[in-house]
Write a protein that binds this ligand. Structure first.
Ligand code: GAR
Length: 218
């Protein structure tokens, strides 16, 4: 499954994926909305093509930029896109331009501490301010409504006495990396399984129906 990754900053989730190489996942492109961020160095260190697509490059028009991001993913052959610390809400133009699924990793147990402004340290401050004793990480499908797409996987992390946003973020981040790699492997496995099943179904229908088993389909 060919993977495109959208980033904005540090890139530790990108790094975890590139280091682990989840089975069935082939990273093909990294796109950043910010220049000179660490995530771009991570991509370069792994020999992965990277592009910077700033809103300013599109006359400040987020819709045009997001359409271009979708087109760039499509041109790279991406079948799945991952938001790994991407700090922008994607416009409907993105979803029109990129037909694959898009997933996001979020550093809380959604739907708690999600939505507008809930990015990085702000999420952990919100958890501590609420007095929660448990937090975690969530991988969910991205839809035009922020942090509201179907939840694919989550992992729980305790909030410990004396935690501040920094200590909590570090504990959650370690779990994010593990969860993200495992979830990508599971998505690739089910995607490959579905492809095999549809091939078998098509073959069961016999020659002249869905293509599998016909010389021109090979
Ligand atoms: C990660 O904690 C990620 O979950 C969070 O930003 C951080 C990026 O770190 N994303 C969000 O808060 C999305 N709402 P990274 O650049 O080192 O992967």
């Amino acid at each position: 499954m060919r993977l495109g990754v959208l980033v904005s900053g540090r890139g530790s989730n990108l790094e975890a994926v590139l280091a682990a190489r989840p089975p069935g996942i082939e990273p093909v492109v990294v796109i950043s909305n910010r220049p000179q961020v660490r995530a771009l160095s991570v991509a370069a260190a792994h020999g992965l093509p990277a592009r910077v697509m700033r809103r300013a490059d599109f006359d400040g028009d987020a819709r045009a930029r997001d359409a271009a991001i979708g087109e760039a993913l499509t041109a790279a052959g991406a079948e799945l896109a991952l938001l790994a610390g991407y700090d922008q809400v994607l416009q409907p133009s993105y979803f029109a331009a990129f037909q694959g699924r898009t997933i996001n990793i979020h550093p809380s147990l959604l739907p708690a501490h999600g939505g507008a402004g809930m990015l990085g340290a702000a999420v952990h401050r919100s958890v501590l301010d609420a007095g929660d004793t448990e937090t975690g990480a969530t991988v969910h499908e991205v839809t035009p409504e922020m942090d509201a797409g179907p939840i694919l996987a989550s992992a729980r992390v305790p909030v410990l006495p004396g935690d501040d946003a920094e200590t909590l973020a570090a504990r959650v981040l370690a779990e994010e990396h593990r969860l993200l790699v495992a979830t990508l492997a599971a998505i690739a496995a089910s995607w490959i399984g579905a492809a095999l099943d549809s091939g078998r179904d098509a073959a069961d229908q016999g020659p002249g129906r869905a293509g599998v088993g016909e010389p021109e389909a090979c």
